[in-house]
Every structure is written in C-alpha cells, then in structure tokens.
Ligand binder design. Structure first.
Ligand SMILES: *Cc1c(COP(=O)(O)O)cnc(C)c1O
Length: 333
C-alpha cells in the first residue's frame, strides 16, 4: 500500500469531479464568457458574503494580487514570521508590489492586536507606510492552527481604526471553519480580501479564488492578466472547483478525525519526542533520530511524508487518505 502524507495538494480528482469537468460549459474567460468560471466566482463570493471574486491558477497568485491591490510601492505589510506570503511565495511581496514586510512572532502563527499595534508605523518619512495586515487561517507552518472569529474581530477593528487593509490567506479556510464552527459569511464582513485554495483539502486539481469588493476585483483582473494568469476555457477547471465546494467541504471533518487518530498513535511511539496538538489536518511531530532517517524508513513501507526541520516531520491528511490507509500507517509505525 502507498500512503501520501506529504501534502493535501497531492489529491487527484474523484470520478464525480472528473464527470463535472468533462461536462462543463466553457467559453473564453479572458472575454468574461466562460459561464462555469463565472458561476464559480459568483458561488464563492456568495458563500463568504463578498461582492465579487476572481478565479486564478494558484493561491500564490491570489495572495500576490491581493497584496498588490491593497498596497503601494514603499508601503509595509504586517504578518507572522511563518506566513506563506512571506516564506513560500518566492519573495513576491518585494518583487510584485515593492513592499517591505514587518514580521511578528505569533503563537503557532496566530497574531494578536497587541502584537500588531506597536508595529504600525507613525506617519514619518523615515518609515515605510504601513498599509496591510495579512493573516493565515489555518496556519500551515503552525501545524494547521486556527484563528476563531473572536480572534479576528479585534484585529479587524484595529485595522479599521488605523486605516489598514486586512487580507486573509485562507488557503485552508474551510479546514478552519470545520474546526471552529464559524460561518464563511462572517469572514466577508471582517476582511478586505480572502484567498481560498480549491486545490488543497478540497481536492480540485488546480485553482484558487480571490474574494473582495467589486472595485478590487476589477483591478485584480488587470493584475491577473499582467501575471499571465488569464486562462481561456478555464471552465473545465472551474467545474472541479464548483464540485469541490458542493461535495468536499463537509468531509474535511473526516481528515481532521484521521489526523487526531494518527497524532494519538504517534504520541505512543518511543521514537517520537513531541506531537504538536492537532486542530485540523496537519500533524507535526519531533523525532529522536534525524527526520531524514525516519522518512527513509517510512518510505520503505510506502508512506511518504516531509520534514519541516532536522528532527520534525509533517503528516497531512486529505481526500485520498482513507480509513484503511490510516490503519496501515498505524500498523507501520
Ligand atoms: C498552499 C498555500 C498557498 C498557495 O499555494 P499555491 O501552491 O500557490 O496554490 C497559500 N497559502 C498557504 C498557507 C498555503 O498552504
């Protein structure tokens, strides 16, 4: 048996999803004529109570477009030091937007208004102009840790009071919502922009959505074109996104359950020194031996995973990790 726990991006389209893709009505989306893309954008915007949406090839693109929309060159944004927008988007904040980044040390990537407030620069020509705060939910490098709406409200209030925009890197927002029970429509009222990945736990092969108001999305269409992200008959892909939103949101709870079970078993192993408490579908654990050695042994049993540090391994559960595979991993451990 093989079990791929490297990432929730490795999922392959299900039969139902493939069926939806084959039968999609398509047109030229750069002309705004692909009705499946339009339907996906309308559906996602409505789900989050936002005015408009744009479908993009990747979450990196939706985040980078949002940052560009919400800043001017010479500005500064505030984010946690683990933030995907800073660490894993190739330096795009500086390259695409000419913006510097002020990093905070949150707890498992979660930052608070008390941490943000002192880092907002005064209006002084020596300082970059602070214009944006970026939150991530769930926090990838935090091990799938979650903000609740109660964490977010005071941050949104601070941003409003200081005239800052607030963007959510919601690559795994539906995992966060499954854990906290918060409603997506509430998010629309607190954020200026929201990125949602369809190709992570939701299981679509490609695609992310950026949600914002109409004026922002209008400018985002220009930016997407500049970045080479204008796709033509993209409805074949967007159909997978619609299918994912209809069929793969509720089931995220199964992935979370599997992650809990695996974490519990890992906690019993003599070769594991620490398991970070699991909130969603990401498990981080530390090993006595170097992670590389443990990974090689797992690989020999057909179990793929990644290390995130010399003695730290990450497992991610997803759509293609079924109950039998969880059992197999437990036996193998
Ligand atoms: C995966 C991910 C993204 C976007 O990644 P792409 O591979 O560009 O789609 C953004 N933020 C977080 C937290 C992610 O995990």
């Amino acid at each position: 048996m093989t079990v791929d726990l490297r990432s929730d991006t490795v999922t392959k389209p299900t039969d139902g999803m493939l069926e939806a893709m084959w039968s999609a009505e398509v047109g030229d989306d750069v002309f705004g004529e692909d009705e499946t893309v339009n339907a996906l954008e309308e559906k996602a915007a409505a789900m989050f109570g936002m005015e408009a949406a744009i479908y993009c090839p990747s979450g990196t693109m939706t985040n980078q477009i949002a940052i560009k929309c919400f800043t001017q060159p010479l500005d500064e944004l505030i984010a946690d030091q683990t933030a995907h927008v800073y660490r894993y988007e190739g330096g795009g904040i500086a390259f695409n937007s000419g913006v510097s980044t002020r990093l905070l040390n949150g707890y498992r990537g979660i930052i608070t208004p008390e941490m943000i407030a002192p880092e907002i620069n005064d209006d002084n020509i020596h300082y970059p102009h602070t214009s944006l705060v970026v939150l991530e939910n769930t926090v990838n490098k935090g091990g799938g840790s979650c903000y609740t709406l109660e964490h977010i409200k005071p941050i949104a209030a601070l941003c409003k009071a200081k005239g800052l925009k607030l963007h959510l890197d919601g690559a795994r927002i539906f995992n966060a919502l499954a854990h906290t029970g918060d409603k997506p429509t509430d998010y629309g009222t607190y954020f200026d922009g929201i990125s949602v990945c369809l190709s992570k736990g939701l299981g679509a092969p490609v695609g992310s959505i950026l949600l914002a108001d109409k004026a922002t999305i209008k400018y985002a269409r220009r930016l997407r074109k500049v970045l080479g992200g204008g796709m033509r008959q993209a409805g074949f892909l967007a159909a997978a996104g619609i299918y994912a939103l209809d069929h793969h949101v509720e089931r995220l709870k199964i992935d979370h359950k599997h992650a809990q079970i695996l974490a519990e078993e890992l906690g019993k192993q003599s070769w594991v020194t620490n398991v970070v408490p699991v909130e969603t579908n990401i498990i981080l654990f530390d090993t006595v031996e170097p992670a590389e050695k443990v990974l090689a042994r797992l690989e020999a049993k057909g179990i793929k995973a990644n290390s995130t540090d010399t003695h730290r391994i990450r497992f991610v559960t997803h759509l293609d990790v079924h109950a039998e595979q969880v059992e197999y991993v437990i036996t193998s451990l």
